[in-house]
Ligand binder design. Structure first.
Ligand code: KIV
Length: 260
């Protein structure tokens, strides 16, 4: 059993210790982010964009998510592993949602994440009633991008901030153990965090959260297509990779590698 679970996440939030979450999609990246000491590793459906180069997350399937979850889960020893339910895997019927959530647990995740607030509360309740912890996700919802009309900041006025608070409350009442706030205005984030007992994990939502999550490829500089402005780049692996491979190319062409 891993060291981190819903209970230790709650304890951290209760003690006002920031929760650190990050995505990972393959064995070795997962191993290294775990060794770096993060609290949560999410196999995000963002993998469609940052690993497979797609424009949206819609092409993520259960098969793909389970495949990547198995790789990540077998690498992570300490952090809590959470599987992201892909587009259309928790809509249609609640029974199907519970079955699909169960597949993530069988693949080695300890919890699932799904997008949506009040509208998803019955689904969240049914999954948690099956013994599977659920992390909610409100604000800018990538799976809803066509309906929303873009990757926009949410909760900018009083009415939409109130709707987000209600969404967060509905998820909490349905049994969610934490909630991601994506691209929520700072004022609305402050309000939601103050009103919820469960921890809020922000992405592009400012400082008033109990924790933060970022996409690993963004912070490593491995993704230059649609990197969001809020994602801090801690290193530039794209440049490192191109440099190293250019050197290898030169060495082979100039007969410097392999050496005798
Ligand atoms: O898919 C993902 O990576 C996510 C996080 C960025 C919250 O949903």
């Amino acid at each position: 059993m891993r060291k981190t679970n819903v209970r230790t996440i709650w304890e951290k939030a209760h003690n006002s210790e920031p929760i650190v979450a990050i995505t990972a999609y393959d064995y070795f990246t997962a191993k290294y982010v775990d060794e770096a000491g993060v609290d949560i590793v999410l196999i995000g459906d963002s993998l469609e964009m940052v690993v497979y180069g797609k424009e949206t997350t819609h092409t993520a399937t259960m098969e793909k998510m389970i495949y990547h979850t198995e790789a990540v889960a077998s690498a992570v020893k300490n952090a809590m592993v959470i599987g992201d339910m892909p587009f259309m895997s928790y809509h249609g019927s609640i029974q199907k949602a519970v079955e699909n959530a169960g597949r993530f647990i069988r693949a080695g995740a300890q919890a699932v994440k799904l997008e949506g607030g009040t509208k998803m509360s019955d689904t969240v309740r049914a999954i948690t009633d099956a013994g599977i912890p659920v992390m909610g996700h409100i604000g800018m919802l990538p799976q809803w991008v066509h309906r929303i009309g873009g990757y926009i900041t949410t909760g900018k006025d009083e009415k939409s901030a109130r709707i987000l608070v209600d969404d967060g409350k509905a998820l909490e009442n349905a049994g969610a153990f934490a909630v991601v706030l994506e691209k929520v205005s700072s004022d609305a984030t402050k309000l939601i965090t103050a009103q919820l007992d469960i921890p809020t994990i922000g992405i592009g939502s400012g400082i008033y959260c109990d924790g933060q999550i970022l996409v690993v490829n963004d912070i490593l500089g491995l993704f230059d297509k649609f990197a969001p402005p809020f994602a801090k780049k801690y290193t530039d692996l794209k440049t490192e990779i191109i440099g190293a491979v250019k050197q290898y190319t030169d060495d082979v062409r100039n007969k410097k590698f392999p050496e005798k």
